[in-house]
Structures are given as C-alpha cells and as structure tokens.
Design a protein around this ligand. Structure first.
Ligand SMILES: Nc1nc(=O)c2c([nH]1)NC[C@@H]1CN(c3ccc(C(=O)N[C@@H](CCC(=O)O)C(=O)O)cc3)C=[N+]21
Length: 427
C-alpha cells in the first residue's frame, strides 16, 4: 500500500538516534529532475522518502547526487549525511549526524516548506543556533588580499616572496598538508620550494639544508614540517632557522618577542584565530578568554595575543581542576587540546564565541569500512546550541592556518627588504 504526502509528520520519517537521525529513502535515478518527490509507506507500514535524481546509478554518482540534493534541501553540510546501507540498491537507509532534536526540528521545517509533511511549526521553544564562523571563506578572502599585495610588491619592487617547506619522512597526512601549502603558495603568486628528505635523515643534514635556505635570497620563509623523526631534535632545528624567515613563529626569538610585545613573526594558527575573533567580535577588550591547551604552537602564543588584545586570559589544560566550570566563564573559548569532541555544549556560556583548533581524524564506520572523518576538540552538535558563534571542523581554523602562513611569508619578505608591511606607502 502506498499513500501520498502530506499526511505524514517528520517524526514518522526521521528516526531519532543518539547521534543523529536515521531514515529510509527510495531513490529513482535517471529521473527528469532532481527532487524530493513524496513520502510513502513501505510494505511494513513505515514511512520512506522518495527521491529522484537525474544521473544514472554509475560509480556512485546517484548516491553522490542524492546526498548533495538532501544537503541542499535540508540546509545541512554534505559531510553529515551518510548512506548507512543500500549503497547499490534503490532502497537505502541514511543517517544524518548531529543533535537529534535539532535535526528533527530543522528537517521538519524543510519538509514542511516542500509540502512533504504537514507538521505545524514546532511549538517547543527552540534554542537559537550558533552562527558559523566560516574559516574557509575567510581564508579565501585573505589569500585574495595577499595575492594583490604580492602582485604589487612584484610590480613596484621586482620582488617575489618565496616559501621553502621541508618535509622529512613520508607521513601521508603531512604529504597532503605540504602539497596544499605548495599549491596555495603558487596561487597567490609566490615561489614555492619543496624539500623532501628521507625518513632516516640525520639532524646534521636537516641543519645543513636550513643553513642553505637561510642564505638563499629567494627564500623569505622557511617551514620545517613537524613532527620530525625521532633521531632529530626539533628544538635544534627550529633554533637554526633565521628568525626573520621563521614564518611558523616557532623560534625562541619570535616566541620571546610575542611574549614581550615586540615585533616578530606570530605562529599561524593563533594568528588565524585572532583574525576570526576580531572579525566576529570587533574589540575584544575586557572579555574573558579561556584557552584550553598549553602547547608552544597554539595555546601559549594565543594566550599572549589575547592578552595583548586586552582580554582576561586563563590557560587551562589536562590537569586543570573542574575544567567544565572554567570553560563556563569564557566569553571566548578556544579548544586546542587534540582530544576529539572533548568540550561539551553545557561547558559553554550561552552566546560565547567558540574557536575549535582541534583537527582529529576519527574512524567513521557509518561511511563505510576503513573510512574516517575529521572532528574538532569541541562536541559540535551540543556546542551549537549554547555558543553564539563557533568555527566548524573542517572549514574553520585549518584553512586560516595555511592562509596565515602565506600572510607571514609576505610580512617576512617585506621586512627583509626594509618595506614595512603595516605601512602601505612603503610598498
Ligand atoms: N611546522 C609546521 N607548521 C604547521 O603549521 C604544521 C606542521 N608543522 N605540522 C602539521 C600541522 C597541521 N597543520 C594543518 C594546517 C591546515 C589544515 C587544514 O587546512 N585542514 C582542513 C582539512 C584538511 C583535511 O581534509 O584533511 C580544515 O580544517 O578544514 C590542517 C592541519 C599545520 N601544521
């Protein structure tokens, strides 16, 4: 027996699960148009959604089109929608990740708009959802500005900034980052120099390469990808980089300049976080900022930047007593611990701005065997209900880190040539 909508309600279609919702779809490929067609009953009397896509069911194209269409119509990120079963069948079970209450609410509104269900708008008081801070878009804008400045530097002074990246060993994740960095470096009009050394390289060989890069006038920025293989002491390598070319801002000279209010090069991730905070909040004076994590790469330098922006800064970490309570005081909460989904929604002060620095790859069996996905240090689904604004993972801090690496390379180039980047007339 089949029945046509709208005689269904959203909760008959979308099954509440602890980590999202589950629902059934019957897919028609090679249809005249892409659309969510109707809701019908299957032979067991369960409601399922009929969806049409124009593409043929070849090489997963129809599944891809299905997810893209659902994401668009439901207003959800594609990455949250997964085919749980029925990959190659017309009948499929899908799963959407997220907070089930919020999802049912959002799906009900979308389905009502498409006249697929007759749910009245939910009367339950809705918690307003946090605004997303779109790091990917921000980074793209920043790269455009940098590209313009690189072109101007080239036109007026005949200088092309050059960034050297050193990768020791062949960690697959590092390979991806290094390739991305190289591509974006070239896209903004800079020169990219990639140096790949084998896993068994010794410290002296890395130091020798760093010395050559220090002396090379075409190289204005040097980044040695961390972590390094264990036979190499990264402190020795970082100390060997000319602080003027230290675009990671990891040299003790740059760390010291940051701590004492001097003018050095600032680590990329903290710099990107500050740009997003200033863009979103304007003046940060007087705000309570809590940084969870005390690394030299993120936690400590970010705390200094927040302090310089007149925040009241707390650095919390794994040994902090009553971490949830410390977090609840924060107007600005930064998570940089490297523990997937550690910071929960009810640790967040209502309306706070949350910056999620964590990039954790975790198994995602719902996407298929051996698959994985990226999550932050913040439990996004619950955080979204408390925060005023939040950076997503992926698409938040990560892209800003790379854009800031390019910004630092431009800054370093200008300073090396005696052109102050903060003074536009100097260029
Ligand atoms: N000397 C040094 N400097 C670094 O800056 C440095 C390093 N070593 N070692 C490795 C980490 C890692 N890192 C990332 C930068 C961007 C993304 C990024 O853009 N992530 C994307 C997702 C990328 C994906 O899909 O895997 C996002 O968050 O949206 C991730 C990670 C820089 N690192």
């Amino acid at each position: 027996m089949t029945a046509s909508s709208p005689c269904f309600t959203a909760i008959e279609i979308f099954d509440r699960r602890p980590d999202g919702v589950r629902f059934s779809v019957k897919l028609t490929p090679k249809a005249a148009s892409n659309m969510l067609d109707r809701v019908e009953l299957d032979s067991d009397g369960a409601a399922r959604l009929r969806v049409c896509v124009t593409v043929a069911p070849e090489k997963g194209k129809a599944n891809k089109a299905l997810i893209a269409l659902l994401a668009k119509e439901f207003g959800l990120p594609k990455s949250t929608i997964h085919i749980q079963s029925g990959d190659t069948a017309r009948l499929k079970t899908l799963h959407i990740d997220g907070d089930p209450d919020h999802l049912i609410d959002q799906l009900s509104r979308a389905m009502t708009r498409m006249s697929l269900v007759f749910d009245p708008p939910p009367t339950r008081k809705r918690t307003p959802m946090a605004q997303l801070i779109d790091g990917k878009a921000f980074a793209a804008n920043l790269r455009r500005t940098i590209a313009d400045q690189v072109a101007q530097l080239n036109r007026d002074h005949g200088i092309t900034p050059g960034l050297a990246v050193v990768l020791v060993g062949n960690d697959p994740a590092s390979e991806v980052y290094v390739r991305n960095k190289g591509r974006q470096t070239i896209e903004v009009g800079m020169q990219s120099f990639e140096h790949r050394l084998p896993q068994n390289t010794d410290e002296a060989q890395v130091l020798d390469l760093v010395a050559r890069l220090n002396a090379d006038p075409n190289v204005h920025g040097i980044l040695v990808q961390l972590p390094l293989p264990e036979q190499i002491d990264s402190a020795h390598v970082l100390a060997a980089i000319d602080p003027k070319k230290d675009v990671d801002g990891f040299h003790v000279i740059n760390a010291g300049l940051l701590a004492t209010g001097g003018k050095g090069l600032v680590p990329c991730t903290p710099l990107g976080c500050m740009m997003m905070l200033h863009d979103h909040l304007g003046d940060l004076s007087g705000l309570d900022a809590v940084v969870v994590g005390r690394s030299n790469i993120v936690g400590k330098p970010l705390a200094h930047l927040l302090l310089a922006a007149n925040c009241t800064v707390t650095i919390a970490h794994s040994r902090s007593r009553d971490l949830p309570d410390i977090c609840r005081k924060a107007d600005i909460l930064v998570a940089a611990v490297g523990r997937p989904c550690m910071i929960k929604g009810d640790w967040i002060k209502p309306g706070a701005t949350v910056i999620d620095v964590g990039i954790n790859r975790i198994p995602a069996p719902e996407k298929g065997e051996g698959k994985s996905r990226l999550v932050g240090d913040v439990d996004f689904a619950s955080a979204q209900k408390h925060a005023g604004a939040i950076t997503p993972v992926p698409g938040g801090v990560g892209p800003m880190t790379i854009a800031c690496l390019l910004a630092n390379t431009l800054t370093a180039t200008c300073r090396i040539h005696g052109l102050d980047p903060s003074d536009p007339d100097a260029r």
